[in-house]
Design a protein around this ligand. Structure first.
Ligand code: C2E
Ligand code: MG
Ligand code: MG
Ligand code: MG
Length: 268
């Protein structure tokens, strides 16, 4: 009897696995089609000077305009992009889109654009080769472009060559989601960077307890000691803004000023 049950379970399990496999193939096909049909859109979220509120730049954030499911957010599809080995393709796609957008928008040379780079591309020599090629053959104002690499990626792969090559081209480098990956802070001495983006979890925690507030202060002070520009992301309230301003953040990004918006809504 037990044997029979085990067998039934195995059949059930196989069926489940088959369904999962089918679902994955479907998502993979959809993703591949999304690239071919140009279904991704870049939204931009403004970044403001902490003192004057002037716009200093924008962070590019990807969305998937799915033909039946509507606008999908990164957390809904980026895990699949990574799983199916499409991260490099996605990062290049994003860079091309941004290049097109800002090629049309050359008049303003004070605006910075921040681009998120996936862990895969950070490690893949093909990505840096692509960037170097792009810069060599096109008019790219690299000093107005910041590449954001998450702290987590940096810690897992402490190879400064990508960073050095990026900076040699004139790009700025930002450590994204700062504070979430820290197992050790020693990596900070091994790489050159221009900016630190304090993760929003710290900012959202300051109202929780005195302890959270102290940690947030400590990180902001440390960033200042390191001579880095500090972007505070996820600022939603006046109180949060005043707090990070007092503790030394230089740039503010968050719903307090604006949500990420499509290119057309900001630049035309
Ligand atoms: P991230 O780079 O840390 O981006 C910040 C996230 O915080 C964005 O989420 C943004 O919409 C959200 N945000 C901004 N202000 C506020 C606020 O005041 N409150 C709250 N609650 N959230 C705020 P989004 O656009 O969903 O992106 C999530 C993550 O997906 C990004 O985190 C980044 O890691 C990744 N991602 C987004 N676009 C790209 C891309 O083009 N390429 C790559 N490789 N990754 C991307
Ligand atoms: Mg980012
Ligand atoms: Mg971040
Ligand atoms: Mg993030």
């Amino acid at each position: 009897k037990a044997k029979q049950m085990g067998k039934n379970r195995a059949v059930f399990y196989d069926k489940y696995l088959q369904e999962e496999a089918d679902k994955h193939i479907e998502i993979k096909n959809e993703l591949v089609n999304a690239f071919n049909n140009d279904e991704f859109v870049i939204y931009y979220q403004s970044q403001h000077d902490v003192d004057t509120a002037e716009v200093r730049g924008y962070e590019a954030l990807i969305r998937w305009k799915h033909n039946t499911k509507g606008i999908l957010m990164p957390y809904e599809f980026m895990p699949y992009v990574e799983k199916f080995g499409l991260s490099l393709e996605l990062d290049k796609y994003v860079c091309e889109k941004i290049y097109e957008h800002f090629y049309k928008l050359r008049q303003d040379d004070s605006i910075n654009i921040s681009i998120n780079i996936s862990a895969t591309s950070f490690e893949d020599p093909e990505f840096i080769a692509y960037v170097e090629e792009k810069v060599k053959n096109n008019d790219v104002r690299t000093n107005q472009v910041t590449l954001e690499i998450t702290e987590d990626t940096l810690i897992k792969n402490l190879d400064a060559s990508f960073i050095n090559r990026i900076r040699a081209l004139g790009f700025r480098v930002s450590i994204d989601d700062f504070g979430t990956g820290y197992s050790s802070l020693s990596y900070l001495t091994k790489i050159d960077f221009d900016e630190i983006k304090l993760d929003m979890t710290f900012i959202h925690a300051i109202q929780n307890s005195k302890k959270d507030e102290e940690i947030c202060k400590l990180i902001l002070h440390m960033c200042n000691e390191l001579g880095a520009n500090v972007v505070a992301e996820g600022i939603e309230t006046r109180e949060q803004l005043e707090f990070v301003k007092k503790e030394g953040a230089t740039i503010i990004q968050g719903y307090f000023y604006s949500k990420p918006l499509p290119y057309e809504e900001i630049f035309s």
